[in-house]
Design a protein around this ligand. Structure first.
Ligand SMILES: [Cu+2]
Length: 160
């Protein structure tokens, strides 16, 4: 009896440990970082939220730089400037694209030059406490992701 209880507790514990990784995170597609020229660069990606609850990205961290900020482009008069934002919302059952001229993850104070082809480790934290660890590929300075339609999750959603 006691052994059964212990077994049940173990199974329950394993399930609780697995849930955050299986269901709580967003699906990340086509994540890439731009090869650095100075000591800053940006990371772009598609974040897909298949769950029925909104997901809120609140923090990104990477060991390759001093500071990582969530950025958006905000219009000031006739020009768009990037600004830090507290969070990035990924609404339930939808997806958003972090892209050039829009929302992105900013790597500030790079500790070394990021070369095209190498991988950058990135950790994403969400408001619900879930986290996601990624390896993001560095692409050349002139890489243009929009030609490739990296964030095709919206199209998929409409088709479904
Ligand atoms: Cu920025």
């Amino acid at each position: 009896m006691k052994k059964n209880t212990l077994y049940f507790l173990n199974v329950a514990l394993i399930l609780v440990t697995l849930i955050p990784c299986t269901f709580a995170t967003c699906q990340v597609k086509e994540a890439w970082a731009r090869e650095s020229k100075g000591n800053t660069t940006a990371i772009y990606m598609c974040l897909q939220n298949d769950s029925s609850a909104d997901k809120i990205l609140i923090k990104a961290e990477s060991p390759v730089c001093e500071t990582t900020e969530l950025h958006d482009h905000i219009q000031e008069g006739s020009i768009f400037k990037m600004r830090p934002v507290r969070e990035i919302l990924i609404p339930a059952k939808s997806s958003i694209e972090l892209k050039q001229g829009g929302k992105h993850i900013m790597l500030i104070g790079l500790k070394k030059h990021l070369e095209a082809g190498e991988k950058v480790s990135l950790n994403l934290s969400y408001a619900d406490g879930s986290q996601e660890q990624l390896d993001v590929e560095v692409k050349p300075v002139h890489y243009n992701a929009t030609q490739k339609h990296p964030c095709n999750c919206n199209h998929e959603k409409k088709a479904g």
